[in-house]
Design a protein around this ligand. Sequence first.
Ligand code: SF4
Length: 385
Amino acid sequence: MSVKPIREYEDSGDKVFLIRGIIEVRIPLRYYHRIAKRYSREYIISFAEPRRVINHITKRQLVFITRECGIPLFGHPAFGLIDRGTNLIQVRPVTGCNLNCIFCSVDEGRISRTRATDYIVEPDYLAAKLEELAGLKGGGVEAHIDGQCEPLLYPYLEELLERMSQIKEIEVISMQTNGILLNESRIAMLSKYVTRINLSINAIDEARANMLAGCRYPVRSVLTHAKRIVDSGMDLLIAPVWIPGYNDAEIEKIIQFALEIGAGKRYPPLGIQKYIPYRYGRKLKSVLTFREFYNKLAEWESEFGVKLILSPADFGIEKRARIHRPIRKGERFRARLIAEGRMFGEKLAIVRDRVITVRTDKRVGEFATFEIVRVHDGIYLAVEV
Ligand code: SF4
């Protein structure tokens, strides 16, 4: 991938270093001029104060998670690793998306009203923890790169994939993408490591695709790349979100397209998802019941002769040992708040080698006493008491 490692420019009274197209380090110009002659560029980028580090795409504060910073990679829904007790491990290296889909379940993109902070995880740290977890699970693991993001924005993707491909328990590497950043050289790179791409295309019609994406979505070029993925030997699963009243006719066109280009060899070609309004996601009024959804999938199955009602078994997913869950609902702790939280009114804390989201108005660096109010698949939420 030809992402220029560091680009420099001036903007709004700041000196800006843009690293790998996404990490934006900003230093006020008046301060930068004073230190520029005395220190190297690397030193200034890493240590100069005051400086702000933000995600170039979303413009949110960006927290860089390294082994040295001590933030664990288990416990948070937006970054690190998620173990739901199967042979599938979700790998979440970055947050932030280049689209603003009107149905986004995690309210991503630059227009987000709920997300305050983005995270990026150092690839070596992530791969090492993944190796530990895969070792616990045994052979036949699928490592799936997804998250509250567009994974192709992760600037260390090739390094991460390379490390993942060396983990002996990992048999399948799969990843999600909205397709915007695909190009020939990226597809060639991905095809060296990735077994399956889950590509989210929600409409074939350009105007409708743009409307659903909340910004320009170059559907023609994404469709071309979809075909290239199939030709590259990777498996392709097209995963539209069906929102009744918005893209009903488009779903039928997507099914036809997937079948025409030969998506889905080892896996099903389509993974049609039901739109579900989430509390902190973007909400639309148009919601189907599960019965209506599955009835329509069954109808399309017989019309197009393709399997659309899927189960974990279609992906070879089975139950496996889970990583130890050392914290229980109702437990109380007192700990220092070590970083900004993903949403406004949240901070991160560390307890028993897990990262905890704490709802609090206190600031980073202060101590808080909190109670764990939700534990789900090793993800922890607490409120200050
Ligand atoms: S591509 Fe996915 S993460 Fe990005 S805005 Fe759309 S739904 Fe959200």
